[in-house]
Design a protein around this ligand. Structure first.
Ligand SMILES: [Zn+2]
Length: 300
């Protein structure tokens, strides 16, 4: 019967085929396509991120290996207050970086009380540190910390009509955008290319832009602990404050918390926050803590 119908259909260029045959043919074609067009593994985003994460992990493993074979210095200089002490006088804190940065060895300065390090991060040049952040942000995201940022902002006792700066804003929080939508004149400062929102017109992207600006208040959240030279940076940004205006810097790293990342270079424990302010020529107006939310209020 099938043959008779096919003879009839041949005249108009058609042919009857069993469904089972068609399915088998489709499967065969699909398998041939797979061989001729192998998947581009590098276009797979998750795989690419996995490779980058491995690169970071292997790099720091090699650095740690090299450092272990070095003879340790007998003395150590505090990265915050420059106090030099015998290595054995500086309490050691050990952790591991959950972002592939290997071993994290930090020390507490016996003079000012700050916990600082790891030395391998503090030893990076500005360019190398920027590269570290670039590589990090390609594979990891920061969380939204708007709640704490807003708390830091309101601690400035802001007034409508004033101009405020969200220092080291990143792109993961909506704080500046939210405050602007509520009528506050809030700008962001984010010099780190991969951490800055590319489309936001209210972002200052360079230190030169910041130097040219004046604000009625500056606030930050989760920033102080990332600065390689917090004293010099506080001194610089204080120059962007109008007279008699305040800065509020919030971070849980006023205690030894969130130590599991190589990017946290300072924990301002003990009296070190007051030493830092003093060295920067600033006055501590207030220090406040509520659970893991902590801030310091500074005036120039
Ligand atoms: Zn110190």
């Amino acid at each position: 019967m099938k043959q008779i119908i096919n003879i009839a259909l041949r005249t108009i260029g058609l042919r009857l085929v069993r469904n089972k045959t068609l399915v088998a043919l489709e499967q065969r074609v699909a398998s041939l396509d797979a061989v001729e067009n192998p998947p581009d593994l590098y276009s797979d985003v998750s795989l690419r991120k996995e490779v980058l994460r491995d690169n970071i992990r292997i790099y720091w493993k090699a650095i740690d290996h090299t450092n272990r074979s070095q003879v340790p210095s007998l003395s150590i200089v505090c990265a915050l207050c420059d106090h030099e002490s015998a290595l054995e006088k500086a309490e050691v804190f050990q952790s591991r970086c959950i972002f592939g940065g290997g071993e994290l060895t930090r020390h507490r300065c016996p003079a000012c009380g700050v916990i600082y390090g790891p030395a391998k991060m503090l030893a990076l040049s500005d360019g190398e540190l920027a590269d570290e952040y670039e590589a990090h942000y390609r594979v990891y995201e920061e969380g939204d910390s708007s709640v704490h940022e807003l708390r830091a902002f309101y601690a400035l006792n802001p007034v409508l009509g004033g101009r405020y700066l969200n220092f080291g804003s990143g792109k993961w929080s909506e704080t500046s955008k939210l405050l602007r939508s509520q009528g506050w004149d809030v700008w962001s400062f984010e010099p780190n290319v991969s951490a800055a929102s590319a489309s936001d017109p209210f972002v200052l992207r360079s230190w030169a832009d910041l130097t040219d600006s004046r604000f009625d208040g500056i606030f930050s959240n989760n920033v102080l602990e990332h600065l390689r030279n917090p004293v010099a940076t506080l001194r610089t940004i204080a120059n962007s404050l109008k007279p008699d205006c305040l800065m509020v810097h919030a971070t849980p790293c006023f205690e030894y918390l969130y130590e599991y990342t190589r990017f946290h270079l300072f924990f301002f424990t003990g009296r070190s926050k007051y030493v830092m302010a003093d060295l920067a020529g600033l006055t501590v107006v207030d220090y406040f803590s509520d659970g893991e939310y902590m801030h310091i209020i500074l005036s120039a």
